[in-house]
Design a protein. Sequence first.
Length: 372
Amino acid sequence: ATTEIYTLSLHDALPILYLEAAGTESRASSVSGRGLTSATAGVQASFTITSRDQYANLRDMDEDSYIVDVDGPTSRINVSPEPILATPGTYAVSHLPTESGDYTVSVQRAQPGGLASEWFNNMWLMGEAADSTISEELNFDWGSQFVTPRPRTETLTGNDYVSVRWKGFFKAELSEIYTFHAIYQDGLVMYIDGINVVDNWEGVNASSMVDVNSPDYVEPAAEARATLSATAGHMYPIIVEYREVKHNASCKLFYSSASITHTIIPSARLYHTPTHAFGSPFKLYVNPSATCGPQSQVDGAGVTAATAGMQSVFTIQARDAYANTKTKWEDTFVVRSAAADAVPADALGNHAAMPWSSLSKHGVISADVSKG
């Protein structure tokens, strides 16, 4: 089952059969490069992702969407892999850490075609999901019927007191500012790129003057907008949590930009169910860079006070330009001390008498003693 060119003998003809690689399999895809395990603060680290199918055949198309997270001691960086045009099916990844320490590098591939969804028979996303599926789009208008992704005869959820969570990634096709526009009944919370951009779990409540039991009653829909300054090809995590209490139910998610008209987010922009590449996650250690004098620190009582005849002590902590603590003894520091008001030697190497100002400063009392 390898990717090869086969020849078949049929009388005098020799037809050629080309066997293409199967779809990408994350667990068979490989990641390699020094930037996976070792790096230096302030120096760009890099590695390569190679897509393979389930039989370890090399993929020859740049159609995969990888999510690369570089998780450091105090921050996380999401990096966009770039296709290597000279070798289709391979992707270059580079990142620039500035904080030394232990990192985790995660390389995952997401599936195109929508968001993973979980459906609950309660309003709080509690317990085990009653149903799960892939929603190609968020374009639902259930009315007063069952809140479900399935036909009415196959539904596993009810029409009231239901909640849903959609989870996956949004892949921007352009480097522009996107506007996300949600219309829903009843409540909705949305996160984009880890930021809570919509927080209206309680939803829109009907006025006390309205008869909600009237056959003419139309439940109001809530609306919310959020923006994202996106980079083309970057994968942005997205989570939408929805709840339905009673009456009509609907949930729709649109997007637009300077180049895209207002429309439901298509399935081609949505990804789900990420799985790790072979060996992921990886352990990376970022070393401090070269020592920087102005960033290094001096501490100890011996810097500011001392007693004649007694040893004074202080310490020097070497740091790099990013204030990372150095972890090796490889620096040479020059330490000099001198009296602030010392009198320099003359041409013969003799020191003149200390002037009155210095004598006074050091607590010496001078007296005029007359002869004889």
